[in-house]
Design a protein around this ligand. Structure first.
Ligand SMILES: CC/C=C\C/C=C\C/C=C\C/C=C\C/C=C\C/C=C\CCC(=O)O
Ligand SMILES: [Fe+2]
Length: 548
């Protein structure tokens, strides 16, 4: 056959393939205001190609069943004893847990441990370096000393903030007839010369006209008062971590990439071949999340204070402010003022991984696109881009997402963001659940009493506020279920399937694996010298796709 005929055949094949895929993978609006999802009422509706394999399914469902057994035993055990001091959480702190989880139990009350979590804990996405004193921060006249300290730290460039305003106005859940409660805190922190981040003040609610100004909680407050204020922050961080950083900014955006890739790119397209290993199992885990986790009567409704619909409003608000820059560490960390901080380990490792993935993407893209013009005139990749931004992300061009690619560099940047999100970012956000959420007082899934409005706090109040035994047990089980090492895990860059042929890609992949090995060794060596190791972005621990 002539070259043109061959090309014509390939093209026809690709068109037919896409026509079929568009009937198999359709968009659905699960809830208004969220990114679109794949049309599937349960995982059983998904095409076999993207279902969990038998081993994964058995492991997933088996560990959940085992976890439920643990809960039954723990509840039985605690029925026989008292539940009125913080140490009583020890009664349910058994079963599988990590070394770091045990360290959390030991150190959770310490201020530097509290501060550390904003840099290198389960949610390193919220902290920013302050560029002015936040307008919501109302400092009472008697605390002029604090005002001066804050201003000095600001001037020195070592003032930081964690602002949970997104939670303001969210309806709290009602669990078995009992109303739960939410706060929307602001934490001000200072960075010490040794890199430690220490809290200076906590405001639990934004000021509200007509009400007295909210109190500022301080490290110098009575220890239980300060501890309860910090527990409220940890509960708020749990919400933004799980809903904004985890579900929305990894799981749900990865699903948009997956559906658009299936609908727009034929199997022989280089971007399809590049991305497909990073989309494995994502449609099924997300479908399960929609039927079991954030569904009516799901885990959020059962034990989380944003459940009962508030969690969907948090997701909606977070979707409405989701920017392209926030998904790209070089931009995100610059915007948050977190570049060049030696103790910011997530930031450091994320930037290294971004560079490594970026080089891999560029190497591959340049094999198939010899110049910008080839990108501009590739209708499939352009349609893919538009489908993600305009359809899947519901008009995200307003928030910086591209609707077309004008150059190879723009295409590479976008594909790097896709792969980074599905691999490194998800691992960074997901694995910490195992370590930081097992000791429940460090990250309570719900709060059963309103936030304190005065500094009179008793142990009874603290215990009546923190999760009850059942809620705490379910949190531990789910955190273990989602955060534990996955037996069938494929590490980043190590999928067995070979989608590309030819020596060009082989060399690019080899280089990618070498770069990852180098980073692996750097992180291992760095961690040996640290009191608290940071290993969530160690390449051997990063999954090749979002599978849990
Ligand atoms: C302590 C953790 C509590 C909630 C976790 C919150 C958010 C996690 C975010 C994304 C996880 C995505 C998918 C997980 C999907 C389903 C597994 C969860 C529960 C399954 C319960 C069941 O199948 O009976
Ligand atoms: Fe996850």
């Amino acid at each position: 056959m002539m070259r043109n005929e061959v090309q014509g055949l390939f093209q026809k094949h690709g068109e037919e393939e896409l026509e079929e895929r568009r009937t198999l993978y359709r968009w659905a609006t699960w809830k208004e205001g969220l990114p679109l999802s794949v049309a599937a009422a349960s995982e059983k509706d998904l095409p076999l190609d993207v279902r969990f394999h038998e081993g994964k399914k058995i492991d997933f469902e088996g560990t959940l069943a085992a976890g439920m057994m643990d809960i039954a035993l723990k509840r039985l055990y605690t029925l026989l004893s008292s539940w009125n001091s913080l140490e009583d959480f020890d009664q349910i702190f058994w079963g599988s847990k990590s070394a770091l989880a045990k360290r959390v139990r030991q150190s959770w009350k310490e201020d530097d441990f509290f501060g550390y979590q904003f840099l290198n804990g389960v949610n390193p996405t919220l902290l920013r370096r302050s560029t002015s004193l936040p307008t919501r921060l109302v400092i009472p006249p008697e605390l002029e000393g604090l005002q001066a300290q804050l201003e000095r730290k600001l001037q020195e460039g070592c003032l930081f903030e964690a602002d949970f305003s997104l939670l303001d106005g969210i309806q709290a859940n009602v669990i078995q007839g009992e109303r739960q409660h939410l706060a929307a805190p602001l934490v001000m922190l200072k960075m010490e010369p040794d890199g430690k981040l220490l809290p200076m003040a906590i405001q639990l609610q934004p000021p509200c006209s007509g009400s007295p100004d909210p109190p500022l909680f301080l490290p110098s407050d009575p220890s239980l008062t300060w501890l309860l204020a910090k527990a409220w922050v940890r509960n708020s961080d749990f919400q933004l971590h799980e809903l904004q950083a985890h579900l929305l900014k990894t799981h749900l955006v990865a699903e948009v990439f997956a559906v658009a890739t299936m609908r727009c790119l034929p199997g022989m397209h280089p971007i399809f071949k590049l991305l497909i290993p990073h989309l494995r199992y994502t449609l099924e885990i997300n479908t399960r999340a929609r039927t079991k986790l954030i569904s009516d009567g799901g885990i959020f409704d059962q034990v989380v204070n944003t459940g009962g619909g508030g969690h969907l409003d948090v997701l909606r608000k977070a979707t409405a402010c989701l920017t392209y820059r926030s998904l790209c560490p070089p931009d995100d960390l610059a915007d948050r003022g977190l570049l060049g901080i030696p103790s910011a380990l997530y930031a450091h490792d994320a930037l290294r991984l971004w560079d490594i993935i970026s080089r891999y993407v560029q190497g591959t893209v340049h094999l198939y696109y010899s110049e910008d013009e080839v990108v501009q005139s590739d209708p499939e990749v352009q349609a893919w881009c538009q489908e993600i931004t305009e359809i899947g992300l519901c008009g995200a061009q307003e928030r910086g997402f591209p609707v077309s690619f004008q150059s190879r560099a723009e295409l590479c940047h976008f594909v790097t963001m896709c792969i980074f999100t599905c691999t490194a970012q998800h691992s960074g956000i997901n694995q910490g659940q195992l370590d930081w959420y097992a000791w429940v007082p460090n990250a309570p899934c719900t709060m059963r009493k309103p936030p304190p409005t005065t500094k009179d706090v008793t142990l009874e109040m603290v215990m009546a506020t923190l999760p009850n035994v059942h809620q705490a047990c379910l949190q531990m089980t789910i955190a273990w279920h989602l955060g534990r090492f996955q037996p069938d895990m494929v590490p980043l860059g190590h999928h067995k399937e070979e989608y590309f042929s030819g020596p060009g890609y082989k060399a690019v992949l080899k280089r990618f694996q070498e770069d990852l090995n180098t980073l692996e060794r750097e992180i291992v060596a760095r961690n040996e010298g640290l009191d608290l190791p940071y290993y969530y972005l160690q390449p051997s621990r990063i999954e090749n796709s979002i599978t849990i």
